[in-house]
Ligand binder design. Structure first.
Ligand SMILES: [Zn+2]
Length: 355
């Protein structure tokens, strides 16, 4: 399967990997991955679970050479290395996460575009619950998911369900400031039929609002409704919807490295508190799906079957110009800083060649 069969251009006309950043943002991600890897070893030394069941085990080899040659390529001024191992963990690996999210975002954009071309309408519903820093993340995610599953089984949901071609549900997790604690939330893209209007969808979600607060309050008296259920309506404007989806992806990990609520920012401090929080996050998200398309939606939109996060992260890119080749032995024995310097050198050489 060629690259062009799998991925398309993003909203600005750039191929998916150009959504990935370079320069300072990339340096930050690599630094954070190094820290995440250190935490993987700390976890082996301190936790009671077997090393083989550690949620961070694959991070230890992420970015090491897999092939005899590591080929550094440059496309549109941006360098990247091919022939490497990739852990494919969207939650805990800063570099794999950026790549997977970029690809997934492009795929969602394509779906929204297809849907609108065939007359569909788009809305996005966000579900949150209130939480504080005494609530363990795993429990909060489970309560959120349980409440959402309960909601979709209710009679009140049927009205909304009837109006939909499908949904794309994404779980996002941010860290709260002060005593707010972890903030897991669900973004549910509503792919509504041609007859849907903002008024009909708002009416259907209004009915859900009280059911949602009831469910959230039922799971624990500690939880009360925060903003709860929020709807943004895009109608036929797939470009505006895509821009919004892109913004959300970037807020969580992609390029906005100054965003303090991004769980990867926990990797910027090596003190005990931040390390423990990152480990809690790694354990709570282990094997958890980040995005789910409703059944049959891909087929309806003539999209390819879904690739796993691991498959997306491991796809070898045959695009751009070959700039430098480094042997596996050399690549694996140098530091991350040196590897990054080679990629930046490849970018400089490519620039020199093209002028
Ligand atoms: Zn990785």
């Amino acid at each position: 399967m060629g690259l062009s069969d799998t991925f398309t251009l993003d909203a600005t006309g750039q191929p998916w990997f150009d959504v990935d950043d370079h320069g300072e943002a990339r340096r930050t991600r690599w630094k954070r991955r190094t820290r995440a890897r250190q935490i993987a070893y700390i976890d082996d030394d301190t936790s009671t679970h077997q090393e083989s069941s550690s949620p961070l085990k694959r991070l230890k080899t992420c970015g090491l050479a897999k092939n005899p040659d590591v080929v550094l390529r440059v496309h549109n001024g941006r360098g990247f290395a091919t022939g490497l191992m990739a852990c494919g963990n969207i939650w805990t690996c800063p570099t794999c996460s950026a790549r997977i999210r970029a690809r997934r975002t492009v795929e969602v954009e394509k779906a929204l575009d297809e849907h609108c071309k065939s007359g569909g309408r788009i809305g996005m519903m966000t579900l949150t619950l209130q939480h504080d820093d005494t609530m363990p993340l795993k429990e909060t995610i489970e309560r959120l998911n349980r409440a959402w599953n309960d909601l979709t089984g209710r009679r009140r949901y049927r009205k909304l369900h009837m109006a939909l071609t499908g949904t794309i549900t994404t779980l996002e997790i941010t860290t709260g400031t002060g005593h707010a604690g972890w903030h897991p939330h669900l973004h549910i893209i509503l792919l509504a039929g041609p007859d849907s209007t903002e008024a009909t969808i708002r009416e259907a979600t209004r009915g859900l609002h009280s059911a949602w607060s009831g469910l959230v309050n039922k799971v624990t008296t500690k939880y009360t409704l925060e903003r709860g259920l929020n709807l943004v309506w895009f109608g036929k404007d797939s470009a505006a919807a895509a821009k919004y989806v892109n913004k959300i992806a970037k807020e969580v990990t992609l390029t906005d490295t100054k965003n303090g609520n991004d769980p990867f920012a926990l990797l910027d401090d090596s003190d005990h508190k931040h390390t423990a929080m990152f480990l809690e996050y790694a354990n709570a998200t282990y094997s958890r799906q980040a995005q789910r398309w409703s059944s049959g939606l891909r087929r309806t939109l003539s999209m390819q079957p879904e690739l796993t996060d691991e498959e997306l992260a491991e796809e070898n890119e045959a695009v751009g110009n070959e700039s430098l080749i480094i042997t596996r032995e050399l690549w694996n024995k140098t530091t991350e800083t040196e590897r990054l310097a080679w990629i930046e050198l490849a970018e400089a050489l490519d620039l020199f060649d093209s002028t």
